[in-house]
Design a protein around this ligand. Structure first.
Ligand code: SF4
Length: 375
Protein backbone atom coordinates (compact mmCIF):
# COMPACT_ATOMS: atom_id res chain seq x y z
CA UNK A 1 0.00 0.00 0.00
CA UNK A 2 1.15 3.50 -0.76
CA UNK A 3 -0.27 6.88 0.14
CA UNK A 4 0.52 7.98 -3.44
CA UNK A 5 -2.74 6.60 -4.82
CA UNK A 6 -4.81 8.35 -2.14
CA UNK A 7 -2.96 11.61 -2.76
CA UNK A 8 -3.39 11.45 -6.52
CA UNK A 9 -7.16 10.89 -6.16
CA UNK A 10 -7.69 13.51 -3.49
CA UNK A 11 -9.49 15.95 -5.77
CA UNK A 12 -12.14 13.34 -6.61
CA UNK A 13 -12.31 11.22 -3.52
CA UNK A 14 -12.40 12.74 -0.03
CA UNK A 15 -13.60 11.15 3.19
CA UNK A 16 -16.22 13.04 5.26
CA UNK A 17 -13.39 13.87 7.72
CA UNK A 18 -11.32 15.48 4.99
CA UNK A 19 -14.36 17.27 3.65
CA UNK A 20 -14.79 18.78 7.11
CA UNK A 21 -11.13 19.75 7.25
CA UNK A 22 -11.49 21.41 3.86
CA UNK A 23 -14.38 23.49 5.20
CA UNK A 24 -12.35 24.44 8.28
CA UNK A 25 -9.50 25.87 6.20
CA UNK A 26 -11.82 27.96 3.99
CA UNK A 27 -11.77 31.75 4.66
CA UNK A 28 -13.35 32.62 8.03
CA UNK A 29 -14.51 35.87 9.59
CA UNK A 30 -13.31 36.84 13.08
CA UNK A 31 -16.31 35.36 14.89
CA UNK A 32 -15.93 32.05 13.06
CA UNK A 33 -12.21 31.93 13.81
CA UNK A 34 -12.89 32.67 17.49
CA UNK A 35 -15.31 29.75 17.55
CA UNK A 36 -12.68 27.46 16.01
CA UNK A 37 -10.10 28.65 18.56
CA UNK A 38 -12.46 27.87 21.47
CA UNK A 39 -13.23 24.41 20.09
CA UNK A 40 -9.56 23.67 19.45
CA UNK A 41 -8.58 24.80 22.93
CA UNK A 42 -11.24 22.63 24.57
CA UNK A 43 -10.25 19.56 22.54
CA UNK A 44 -6.58 20.05 23.37
CA UNK A 45 -7.34 20.27 27.10
CA UNK A 46 -9.59 17.23 26.87
CA UNK A 47 -7.02 15.08 25.05
CA UNK A 48 -3.67 16.36 26.27
CA UNK A 49 -4.43 18.12 29.55
CA UNK A 50 -2.40 21.22 30.36
CA UNK A 51 0.88 19.67 29.31
CA UNK A 52 3.38 20.89 26.71
CA UNK A 53 6.15 18.57 25.68
CA UNK A 54 9.49 20.34 25.22
CA UNK A 55 12.28 19.08 22.98
CA UNK A 56 15.44 20.34 21.34
CA UNK A 57 16.88 19.61 17.91
CA UNK A 58 20.44 18.34 17.89
CA UNK A 59 22.01 18.87 14.46
CA UNK A 60 24.86 16.42 13.95
CA UNK A 61 25.69 17.18 10.30
CA UNK A 62 24.91 19.77 7.64
CA UNK A 63 26.40 17.77 4.76
CA UNK A 64 23.88 17.08 2.03
CA UNK A 65 23.84 15.62 -1.47
CA UNK A 66 20.48 17.13 -2.35
CA UNK A 67 19.61 20.50 -3.76
CA UNK A 68 16.43 21.78 -2.16
CA UNK A 69 16.09 25.40 -3.18
CA UNK A 70 14.64 26.56 0.15
CA UNK A 71 17.26 24.92 2.39
CA UNK A 72 20.54 26.38 3.62
CA UNK A 73 22.17 22.94 3.60
CA UNK A 74 21.64 22.45 -0.17
CA UNK A 75 24.76 20.93 -1.70
CA UNK A 76 25.46 23.87 -4.02
CA UNK A 77 25.51 26.41 -1.18
CA UNK A 78 29.16 27.14 -0.28
CA UNK A 79 28.43 27.06 3.45
CA UNK A 80 30.62 25.99 6.35
CA UNK A 81 29.95 22.31 6.87
CA UNK A 82 30.76 19.73 9.50
CA UNK A 83 29.74 16.31 10.74
CA UNK A 84 30.21 16.09 14.49
CA UNK A 85 32.31 13.32 16.00
CA UNK A 86 30.60 11.16 18.61
CA UNK A 87 32.49 13.04 21.34
CA UNK A 88 31.14 16.30 19.97
CA UNK A 89 27.61 14.88 19.83
CA UNK A 90 28.05 13.82 23.47
CA UNK A 91 29.09 17.36 24.43
CA UNK A 92 26.12 18.88 22.64
CA UNK A 93 23.74 16.41 24.26
CA UNK A 94 25.21 17.12 27.71
CA UNK A 95 24.45 20.80 27.17
CA UNK A 96 20.81 19.95 26.41
CA UNK A 97 20.56 17.60 29.39
CA UNK A 98 21.80 20.33 31.70
CA UNK A 99 19.06 22.64 30.44
CA UNK A 100 16.47 20.08 31.38
CA UNK A 101 15.69 18.38 28.07
CA UNK A 102 14.88 14.67 28.11
CA UNK A 103 13.51 14.60 24.59
CA UNK A 104 15.85 15.22 21.67
CA UNK A 105 15.48 15.32 17.88
CA UNK A 106 18.62 14.22 16.01
CA UNK A 107 18.82 16.11 12.69
CA UNK A 108 21.21 15.57 9.80
CA UNK A 109 21.40 16.36 6.11
CA UNK A 110 21.34 13.46 3.66
CA UNK A 111 24.86 12.33 2.86
CA UNK A 112 25.60 8.58 2.96
CA UNK A 113 29.35 9.19 3.12
CA UNK A 114 29.34 11.49 6.15
CA UNK A 115 26.05 10.41 7.71
CA UNK A 116 26.26 6.66 7.26
CA UNK A 117 23.67 4.34 8.75
CA UNK A 118 26.29 3.13 11.24
CA UNK A 119 27.05 6.70 12.27
CA UNK A 120 23.34 7.34 12.80
CA UNK A 121 22.93 4.23 14.92
CA UNK A 122 26.01 5.18 16.99
CA UNK A 123 24.63 8.68 17.58
CA UNK A 124 21.23 7.29 18.59
CA UNK A 125 22.83 4.76 20.95
CA UNK A 126 24.78 7.54 22.60
CA UNK A 127 21.71 9.75 22.95
CA UNK A 128 19.34 7.04 24.13
CA UNK A 129 21.64 6.34 27.07
CA UNK A 130 20.80 9.80 28.35
CA UNK A 131 17.44 10.75 26.80
CA UNK A 132 14.24 8.73 27.34
CA UNK A 133 12.95 10.00 24.01
CA UNK A 134 15.07 10.14 20.85
CA UNK A 135 13.63 11.14 17.48
CA UNK A 136 15.44 11.31 14.14
CA UNK A 137 14.97 13.62 11.17
CA UNK A 138 17.36 12.40 8.46
CA UNK A 139 17.26 11.33 4.80
CA UNK A 140 14.69 8.59 4.08
CA UNK A 141 15.93 5.02 4.55
CA UNK A 142 14.62 1.55 3.80
CA UNK A 143 12.84 -0.45 6.50
CA UNK A 144 15.94 -2.64 6.85
CA UNK A 145 18.16 0.44 7.23
CA UNK A 146 15.86 1.89 9.89
CA UNK A 147 15.93 -1.23 12.02
CA UNK A 148 19.43 -0.76 13.55
CA UNK A 149 18.46 2.83 14.35
CA UNK A 150 15.30 1.65 16.12
CA UNK A 151 17.29 -1.06 17.90
CA UNK A 152 19.76 1.61 19.04
CA UNK A 153 16.91 3.39 20.83
CA UNK A 154 15.19 5.82 18.45
CA UNK A 155 11.43 5.85 19.01
CA UNK A 156 10.26 8.64 16.70
CA UNK A 157 10.69 9.28 13.00
CA UNK A 158 10.17 12.74 11.56
CA UNK A 159 9.94 13.29 7.82
CA UNK A 160 8.28 16.21 6.09
CA UNK A 161 7.09 15.94 2.50
CA UNK A 162 7.81 19.69 2.11
CA UNK A 163 5.09 20.00 -0.55
CA UNK A 164 2.54 17.46 -1.74
CA UNK A 165 2.32 19.14 -5.15
CA UNK A 166 4.32 16.89 -7.48
CA UNK A 167 5.07 19.62 -10.04
CA UNK A 168 6.25 22.12 -7.43
CA UNK A 169 8.25 19.38 -5.70
CA UNK A 170 10.02 18.61 -9.00
CA UNK A 171 10.91 22.25 -9.54
CA UNK A 172 12.31 22.74 -6.04
CA UNK A 173 14.35 19.57 -5.75
CA UNK A 174 16.84 19.92 -8.55
CA UNK A 175 19.42 17.25 -7.66
CA UNK A 176 19.91 14.26 -5.42
CA UNK A 177 17.82 11.29 -4.26
CA UNK A 178 15.24 13.58 -2.70
CA UNK A 179 13.89 14.12 -6.22
CA UNK A 180 12.04 10.81 -5.77
CA UNK A 181 8.69 12.11 -4.50
CA UNK A 182 7.08 8.71 -3.84
CA UNK A 183 10.10 7.36 -1.96
CA UNK A 184 9.78 10.22 0.50
CA UNK A 185 6.00 9.96 0.61
CA UNK A 186 6.08 6.39 1.97
CA UNK A 187 8.94 6.96 4.36
CA UNK A 188 6.77 7.08 7.49
CA UNK A 189 5.24 3.70 6.67
CA UNK A 190 8.67 2.15 6.17
CA UNK A 191 9.69 3.57 9.53
CA UNK A 192 6.58 2.15 11.15
CA UNK A 193 7.38 -1.29 9.75
CA UNK A 194 10.85 -0.95 11.26
CA UNK A 195 9.36 -0.30 14.69
CA UNK A 196 9.07 3.48 15.14
CA UNK A 197 6.07 4.18 17.33
CA UNK A 198 5.87 7.92 16.83
CA UNK A 199 5.61 9.32 13.31
CA UNK A 200 5.94 13.03 12.58
CA UNK A 201 4.95 14.41 9.20
CA UNK A 202 4.56 17.93 7.87
CA UNK A 203 4.63 20.34 4.96
CA UNK A 204 6.81 23.42 4.55
CA UNK A 205 4.42 26.29 4.04
CA UNK A 206 5.31 28.99 1.52
CA UNK A 207 6.12 26.69 -1.41
CA UNK A 208 2.65 26.54 -2.91
CA UNK A 209 -0.98 27.43 -2.09
CA UNK A 210 -1.23 26.60 1.61
CA UNK A 211 -4.74 25.14 1.46
CA UNK A 212 -3.61 22.50 -1.06
CA UNK A 213 -0.67 21.31 1.01
CA UNK A 214 -2.77 21.45 4.20
CA UNK A 215 -5.47 19.23 2.69
CA UNK A 216 -2.88 16.73 1.42
CA UNK A 217 -1.18 16.73 4.81
CA UNK A 218 -4.50 16.05 6.51
CA UNK A 219 -5.11 13.19 4.07
CA UNK A 220 -1.67 11.82 4.95
CA UNK A 221 -2.50 11.99 8.67
CA UNK A 222 -5.78 10.16 8.06
CA UNK A 223 -3.94 7.52 6.02
CA UNK A 224 -1.29 6.94 8.70
CA UNK A 225 -3.89 6.74 11.47
CA UNK A 226 -5.54 3.96 9.51
CA UNK A 227 -2.47 2.06 8.26
CA UNK A 228 -0.01 2.68 11.12
CA UNK A 229 -2.61 2.54 13.87
CA UNK A 230 -0.22 1.57 16.65
CA UNK A 231 1.82 4.73 16.15
CA UNK A 232 1.24 8.19 17.58
CA UNK A 233 1.07 10.60 14.69
CA UNK A 234 2.03 14.27 14.90
CA UNK A 235 2.05 17.10 12.39
CA UNK A 236 4.30 20.11 11.96
CA UNK A 237 3.34 23.24 10.07
CA UNK A 238 6.68 25.01 9.54
CA UNK A 239 6.97 28.18 7.47
CA UNK A 240 10.03 29.09 5.42
CA UNK A 241 12.71 31.11 7.18
CA UNK A 242 15.70 32.98 5.73
CA UNK A 243 18.58 30.63 4.92
CA UNK A 244 21.77 30.39 2.85
CA UNK A 245 20.86 30.43 -0.84
CA UNK A 246 18.41 33.30 -0.29
CA UNK A 247 15.26 31.47 -1.39
CA UNK A 248 12.18 33.71 -1.41
CA UNK A 249 8.87 31.91 -0.83
CA UNK A 250 6.47 32.60 -3.70
CA UNK A 251 3.38 32.51 -1.48
CA UNK A 252 2.68 33.07 2.18
CA UNK A 253 0.76 31.57 5.03
CA UNK A 254 -0.13 34.51 7.26
CA UNK A 255 -0.08 34.36 11.07
CA UNK A 256 -3.89 34.34 11.07
CA UNK A 257 -3.99 31.50 8.56
CA UNK A 258 -1.42 29.54 10.56
CA UNK A 259 -3.57 29.90 13.69
CA UNK A 260 -6.60 28.75 11.68
CA UNK A 261 -4.62 25.78 10.38
CA UNK A 262 -3.58 24.72 13.90
CA UNK A 263 -7.24 24.88 14.95
CA UNK A 264 -8.38 22.97 11.85
CA UNK A 265 -5.96 20.12 12.58
CA UNK A 266 -6.93 20.01 16.24
CA UNK A 267 -10.68 19.95 15.53
CA UNK A 268 -10.32 17.32 12.78
CA UNK A 269 -7.80 15.13 14.60
CA UNK A 270 -8.33 15.66 18.36
CA UNK A 271 -5.66 13.15 19.38
CA UNK A 272 -2.91 14.00 16.93
CA UNK A 273 0.11 15.89 18.26
CA UNK A 274 0.88 19.32 16.80
CA UNK A 275 4.51 20.45 16.87
CA UNK A 276 5.70 24.06 16.90
CA UNK A 277 9.31 25.09 16.28
CA UNK A 278 11.39 28.18 16.98
CA UNK A 279 10.88 29.23 13.34
CA UNK A 280 7.94 31.25 14.66
CA UNK A 281 8.45 34.43 16.62
CA UNK A 282 7.89 34.55 20.37
CA UNK A 283 4.63 36.54 20.41
CA UNK A 284 2.96 34.19 17.94
CA UNK A 285 4.22 31.06 19.70
CA UNK A 286 2.71 32.38 22.94
CA UNK A 287 -0.68 32.47 21.22
CA UNK A 288 -0.41 29.16 19.35
CA UNK A 289 0.39 27.20 22.54
CA UNK A 290 -3.14 28.01 23.70
CA UNK A 291 -4.81 26.69 20.56
CA UNK A 292 -3.68 23.17 19.86
CA UNK A 293 0.09 22.79 19.96
CA UNK A 294 1.24 19.87 22.13
CA UNK A 295 4.99 19.84 21.59
CA UNK A 296 7.48 22.66 21.04
CA UNK A 297 11.20 23.18 20.68
CA UNK A 298 13.06 25.74 22.76
CA UNK A 299 16.46 27.41 22.73
CA UNK A 300 17.21 25.75 19.38
CA UNK A 301 20.33 25.90 17.24
CA UNK A 302 20.20 24.71 13.64
CA UNK A 303 23.97 24.63 13.13
CA UNK A 304 25.82 21.42 14.05
CA UNK A 305 27.85 22.19 17.17
CA UNK A 306 25.78 25.31 17.79
CA UNK A 307 25.11 24.71 21.48
CA UNK A 308 28.73 24.28 22.57
CA UNK A 309 30.72 25.52 19.54
CA UNK A 310 32.10 22.02 18.99
CA UNK A 311 33.24 20.77 15.59
CA UNK A 312 35.03 23.94 14.51
CA UNK A 313 38.34 22.08 14.01
CA UNK A 314 37.03 20.16 10.99
CA UNK A 315 34.92 22.77 9.28
CA UNK A 316 35.04 22.83 5.49
CA UNK A 317 33.14 24.08 2.48
CA UNK A 318 31.79 22.06 -0.41
CA UNK A 319 32.26 23.68 -3.81
CA UNK A 320 30.69 21.90 -6.80
CA UNK A 321 30.78 18.63 -4.87
CA UNK A 322 34.42 19.04 -3.80
CA UNK A 323 35.45 19.50 -0.20
CA UNK A 324 37.75 22.48 0.26
CA UNK A 325 39.36 24.07 3.31
CA UNK A 326 37.45 27.09 4.58
CA UNK A 327 38.76 30.56 3.79
CA UNK A 328 37.15 32.59 6.54
CA UNK A 329 36.02 36.06 5.57
CA UNK A 330 36.83 38.91 7.95
CA UNK A 331 34.46 38.81 10.89
CA UNK A 332 32.88 35.51 9.84
CA UNK A 333 31.82 33.32 12.73
CA UNK A 334 33.87 30.12 12.62
CA UNK A 335 30.89 27.88 13.21
CA UNK A 336 29.04 25.55 10.88
CA UNK A 337 26.23 27.26 8.97
CA UNK A 338 22.69 26.75 10.26
CA UNK A 339 19.83 25.32 8.23
CA UNK A 340 17.76 28.47 8.69
CA UNK A 341 17.45 31.42 11.04
CA UNK A 342 15.39 30.76 14.12
CA UNK A 343 12.96 33.43 15.25
CA UNK A 344 12.18 32.69 18.91
CA UNK A 345 15.56 32.78 20.64
CA UNK A 346 14.30 32.59 24.22
CA UNK A 347 16.07 30.10 26.48
CA UNK A 348 14.43 26.82 27.48
CA UNK A 349 13.93 28.24 31.00
CA UNK A 350 12.19 31.32 29.58
CA UNK A 351 9.90 29.12 27.49
CA UNK A 352 9.06 27.04 30.56
CA UNK A 353 8.20 30.22 32.49
CA UNK A 354 6.01 31.48 29.64
CA UNK A 355 4.12 28.18 29.61
CA UNK A 356 3.56 28.20 33.38
CA UNK A 357 2.32 31.79 33.17
CA UNK A 358 -0.28 30.53 30.71
CA UNK A 359 -1.37 27.72 33.02
CA UNK A 360 0.48 25.02 31.07
CA UNK A 361 2.88 22.48 32.51
CA UNK A 362 6.17 22.10 30.61
CA UNK A 363 6.99 18.41 30.31
CA UNK A 364 10.62 17.72 29.58
CA UNK A 365 10.34 13.98 29.51
CA UNK A 366 7.38 12.36 27.88
CA UNK A 367 3.81 13.41 28.18
CA UNK A 368 2.49 9.85 28.08
CA UNK A 369 4.56 8.97 31.10
CA UNK A 370 3.79 12.26 32.77
CA UNK A 371 0.07 11.71 32.41
CA UNK A 372 0.48 8.21 33.82
CA UNK A 373 2.21 9.73 36.84
CA UNK A 374 5.49 7.92 36.30
CA UNK A 375 7.62 10.76 34.93
S1 SF4 B 1 15.99 20.00 3.10
FE1 SF4 B 1 17.10 18.19 3.80
S2 SF4 B 1 17.62 17.12 1.94
FE2 SF4 B 1 17.15 19.20 1.32
S3 SF4 B 1 19.10 20.28 1.31
FE3 SF4 B 1 18.16 20.56 3.32
S4 SF4 B 1 19.04 18.97 4.60
FE4 SF4 B 1 19.39 18.39 2.45
Amino acid sequence: MSFARTLDNLALNRSPLLQRFHELIAPKNDAELDGMARAARALTLQNFGRTMRLFAPLYVSNECINNCQYCGFSRDNPILRVTLSLDEVAAESQHLLERGFRSVLLVAGEHPKFVSNNYLADCVRLLSDKFPSVAIEVGPLTTEEYQPVVNAGAESLVVYQETYDRAVYNELHTAGPKRDFNWRLDCAQRGYQAGFRRLGIGALFGLTRWQDDALALAAHVEYLLKHCWQAQVSVSLPRIRPAAGGYRPPVSLTDRELAQLVCAFRITFPQVGIVLSTRERAALRDVLVRLGVTSMSAGSHTEPGGYTRRGTAHLHRTVRGRIVAPDFQDGEDMLATGQFEISDDRSPAEIATMLRNQGLEPVWKDWDQALAGVA
